[in-house]
Design a protein around this ligand. Structure first.
Ligand SMILES: [Zn+2]
Length: 65
C-alpha cells in the first residue's frame, strides 16, 4: 500500500498534489503579490542603505577641505 504523497498550499494550507504549489490561481496571485511586496521592501531597505552610505561619503569629502 503506497502512502499517498501530498503537500499543502503555501497560502491556505489546503492539501494539494505534490506537483502543485497552490490550490488555486487565487492563492498563486496572493503569493505573487506578497513576493512583490517583500521585494519592494527589500529594495527600499537597500536603497536607503545606499543613500546613508552616500551621505557619509559626501560628508567625509566635504569636511576634507
Ligand atoms: Zn490555497
Amino acid at each position: 500500500m503506497a502512502i499517498q504523497q501530498h503537500r499543502h498550499c503555501i497560502i491556505c494550507e489546503k492539501a494539494i498534489p505534490t506537483d502543485e504549489k497552490f490550490c488555486s490561481d487565487r492563492c498563486e496571485s496572493i503569493y505573487e503579490e506578497r513576493r512583490k511586496k517583500a521585494r519592494r521592501t527589500q529594495l527600499l531597505f537597500y536603497g536607503s542603505f545606499a543613500v546613508i552610505i552616500g551621505w557619509f561619503l559626501l560628508m567625509a569629502f566635504t569636511q576634507g577641505g
